[in-house]
Design a protein around this ligand. Structure first.
Ligand code: 2E7
Ligand code: F3S
Length: 342
């Protein structure tokens, strides 16, 4: 021994899978294709996915993001985000003479269909999810009279149902798997005959990203999750990392947001990204870490993903012509009204 303290080896554990899921890929390509085929502007209701960089990049290409369908001028094209919309939003678009492209993730559509079916069978549906999240608003809108939101295990005590023997639970697709099971257990404590959904509502991408971050969280001193603050699945990855034993975990949109102080005493950094995050942003974080001695990158592989979704079928139609016809018929009706009055 020479009496010197050796610096512990610095390494990065890189989660796989991470980043884009099939639903995000489809939604982002849908906006790009709409811009290519129909030309700018193309309106998008809500952030197409919850990622600042994606939204900014699409804005530069001519997409205009709006909070409400009513903000879109008549005779235009509007795209609905990957998180899904309530039926009233489709009605608003029809009233507003808009041609629509529905970029709702097919796995969200599946949950909407489950909600419609159980409502028809007159079940009380307990939708486990986060209040105010776009996906929950959309799903609840399918059967508002039958759906009650349950926002985590602490909310279970507040749930009221018409018939405790005719209750089913469904969930948002991006929840923490473990916390959802806690909520379901608590619900079963109150409603022993609670029915479960026919298949998992928490999607494959959410589950796989959580499994991977759990594996690395057990080993990492610090976990950096790339994702935006309003991205439910990305926020869950931070929580899962901490729950798995990581000493520290943070959510960042860009490498520039990493605080040098987080690296104090750290030898192993875990890196992952939410389902709405382009890989270029993860690369930025890896470059930032490499510049600080974290050059050694080891991939922690939890699952293979090969699922893809076909693009929204509306992209095969001439939506500019359809939107113009809708506007034309609205203009004619207005002119007709005008001359009758005059
Ligand atoms: C749609 C759905 O856009 P995201 O960050 O959304 P979340 O729901 O996590 O805030 O991620 C992709 C995505 C996930 N779920 C899109 Cl329903
Ligand atoms: Fe769909 Fe899951 Fe992605 S619901 S948009 S595949 S995170």
């Amino acid at each position: 021994m020479d009496g010197m303290t050796a610096t512990p080896a610095r390494k990065v554990l890189l989660a796989a899978p991470r980043g884009y899921c099939a639903g995000v890929d489809r939604a982002v390509i849908a906006v790009e294709k709409a811009l290519e085929q129909y030309g700018a502007p193309v309106y998008v209701r809500h952030e197409i996915v919850h990622n600042k960089y994606v939204v900014k990049t699409l804005e530069k290409k001519g997409a205009i993001f709006v909070d409400e369908t009513e903000e879109v001028p008549e005779g235009n094209i509007v795209i609905f985000s990957a998180h899904g919309v309530a039926p009233v939003v489709h009605e608003e678009a029809a009233r507003g003479k808009l041609a629509t492209i529905d970029a709702t993730c097919p796995l969200v559509t599946k949950v909407h269909k489950e909600a419609i079916r159980f409502a028809k069978e007159d079940y009380d549906i307990l939708l486990i999810g986060h209040e105010g999240h776009e996906e929950v608003i959309g799903t609840s809108g399918e059967a508002p009279d039958h759906i009650t939101l349950v926002d985590g295990p602490d909310d279970v005590a507040n749930v009221e149902v018409r018939d405790p023997d005719k209750v089913v639970w469904l969930s948002q697709t991006t929840l923490s798997v473990d916390e959802t099971m806690e909520t379901v257990d608590a619900l079963k404590g109150r409603f022993p005959n609670l029915l479960s959904p026919p298949s998992d509502d928490i999607c494959y991408a959410t589950q796989n990203r959580q499994i991977a971050v759990k594996q690395m969280g057990a080993e990492a001193d610090l976990v950096i999750v790339v994702g935006s603050k309003n991205s439910s699945n990305s926020v869950r990855l931070v929580e899962v990392a901490l729950g798995a034993g990581a000493r520290d975990a943070h959510l960042v949109d860009y490498a520039e947001e990493i605080d040098e102080a987080w690296l104090e005493g750290v030898s192993t950094v875990g890196v992952t990204s939410g389902a709405s995050v382009p890989e270029i942003l993860v690369q930025g974080v890896l470059d930032w870490l490499a510049q600080r001695g974290f050059e050694d990158v080891e991939v922690v592989k939890a699952a293979e993903e090969s699922i893809t979704f076909s693009l929204p079928k509306e992209l095969r139609r001439d939506l500019r012509a359809e939107a113009a016809t809708l506007k034309g018929s609205a203009d004619k009706a207005t002119a007709g009204n005008g001359s009758a009055e005059g």
